[in-house]
Design a protein around this ligand. Structure first.
Ligand code: AHR
Length: 495
């Protein structure tokens, strides 16, 4: 038995819905065939954008989508991807395959409009110029008479789009130019100068932040350019093979579906490390920005395993199991807990790449366990974080102990309370005794996913992981008892 305490009277900040954001790159089968098909394809689509994928994404209320990379962004020229004469280029970073640029700015912003989400554009700093970025912004957002706005109109779009976020560079410590933080800080300010706000539209500027635990990068960027940015990014991937966090790079990733219990707990421990990363980057930022005006934007996170056997090594296609769902559940709980600074997070990546919410094969589409976590957690979007504690218990192996349970709770605008609880144990269910405070509750609705640690959904097989509902649980004297299966992510809605 574990005690869970939730107090809706103790309110913290708002959880920005963009914490539930996603990321889509021109990488492997991440866009072509999966999101974007030929308009004449038998797969139902609107202007080439797959209807089934859009419907699934609308259902989990995707709030923001980052594009076109990743490392791809750092060799992308947006002008190759507009108009009727699209350049065929080599996607040199991801397998050397042909990129025909048929999915470009218009198609991406059409996708965002169909999903109903904000656009987050990653601009090319490593191999591009300030003029290219400046013209791209003018092309997308300027309403008046100008060369770029008129070119947009010629290409079929009269009204400007409302692009809300721009990332000025991607991984500029690595694939974005191998820069030192001092050098990048100067380059950032140079590029940022030419990102114009047109009319009343204010574009939110994100500087490239640290790779995992590189606190020196954060320190340097905050010191040299902190007053020129709205957000600073952070990239961290969960790779199971290695657990000594200080020696982070070059780890053994291991397969996505064939793993043992020690590897499972090691993976979870590595995912939980996100909490320390955010806390320590926040401490550095607090010194330069005590009012918390610069947000942390975790614009790449998720699991990274070996590719599925027989698939292209550069396409980063991996299956997705309950292990990924547990990683997603604890990560999203951690982002909620840091909602004072963490204003956006983007899971890598949307479809068919790394920890995807959707997998496609021809016309077939599979919703992964991670997809269901985003469904269970969507009630947190724009809700108010409230106090919640869970009785500490440990699970795991001597090498990787993790908390047995993990929780986050928020209050929605309609007064209903939404708690998400993760049972990290691979094989032990839990009896939860919930003590509620702050208001009188009468019933709880519980939706959840659970399985073995390797349960997953595969093409041509009935799904092993789907959302189930418990019968409505009555609440007496603000006390609630419930059973949580092993390896489980649950949403509890109290009213
Ligand atoms: O998400 C895959 C790659 O991981 C991205 O292109 C890059 O930014 C990161 O290293």
């Amino acid at each position: 038995m574990a005690l869970l305490f939730i107090d809706s009277g103790r309110k913290y900040g708002k959880i920005n819905k963009n914490v539930y954001g996603h990321f889509s790159e021109h990488l492997g089968r991440g866009i072509y065939g999966s999101i974007y098909v030929d308009e004449n394809s038998p797969i139902p689509n609107i202007r080439g954008i797959r209807t089934d994928v859009v419907e699934a994404l609308r259902h989990i209320r995707v709030p923001v989508l980052r594009w076109p990379g990743g490392c791809f962004a750092e060799y992308y020229n947006w002008k190759d991807g507009v108009g009727t004469d699209r350049k065929r280029i080599v996607n040199a970073g991801w397998g050397g395959v042909v990129e025909d640029n048929s999915f470009g700015t218009h198609e991406f912003l059409d996708l965002c409009e169909q999903i109903g989400c904000s656009a987050y554009i990653a601009a090319n700093v490593g191999s591009g110029t300030p003029r290219e970025v400046s013209e791209w912004i003018e092309y997308m957002t300027f309403d008046g008479d100008s060369p770029m706005a008129n070119w947009r109109r010629q290409n079929g779009r009269h009204e400007p789009w409302k692009v809300e976020y721009i990332g000025i560079g991607n991984e500029n410590w690595g694939c974005g130019g191998q820069m030192r933080p001092e050098y990048y800080a100067d380059v950032y300010k140079q590029f940022n100068t030419y990102v114009r706000n047109y009319g009343n539209h204010r574009i939110f500027r994100v500087a490239c932040g640290a790779d995992g635990n590189d606190y020196v990068w954060t320190e340097t960027l905050m010191r040299e350019a902190g007053t020129h940015m709205n957000g600073l990014s952070l990239h961290y991937y969960t790779m199971p093979g290695y657990y000594k966090f200080d020696e982070y790079p070059e780890e053994r990733k291991g397969p996505a579906l064939e793993f043992d219990k020690p590897t499972y707990y090691r993976t979870l421990r590595r995912a939980l490390y996100m909490d320390e990363l955010i806390t320590r980057h926040k401490h550095v930022m607090d010194r330069y920005d005590p009012k918390g005006e610069v947000s942390i934007i975790i614009d790449e996170w998720g699991t990274w395993y070996e590719v599925e056997p027989g698939t292209h090594p550069a396409f980063l296609f991996q299956q997705n199991s309950m292990r990924d769902a547990i990683v997603a559940g604890v990560s999203l709980n951690i982002f909620n807990a840091h909602s004072d600074r963490v204003q956006m997070a983007n899971l890598a990546q949307l479809v068919n790449v790394l920890q995807s919410v959707i997998l496609t094969e021809g016309e077939d589409m599979v919703l992964t366990p991670t997809y269901h976590v985003f469904d269970l957690y969507k009630g947190h979007q724009d809700s108010t974080l409230i106090e919640s504690y869970i009785q500490p218990q440990l699970k795991g192996t001597s090498e990787a102990m993790v908390p047995a349970l993990h929780v986050s709770a928020s209050e929605r605008a309609d007064g209903r309370v939404h708690a998400t609880v993760v049972n990290l144990s691979a094989d032990e269910s839990q009896q939860l005794h919930c003590v509620l405070d702050g208001q009188a509750f009468s019933s709880a609705e519980v939706r959840y996913i659970s399985g073995t640690m390797t349960s997953h959904n595969a093409f041509g097989h009935p799904p092993q992981v789907e959302i189930k509902k418990m019968p409505v649980i009555p609440i007496k004297d603000n006390r609630l008892d419930m059973h949580l299966p092993a390896c489980c992510v649950a949403e509890i809605v109290l009213s």
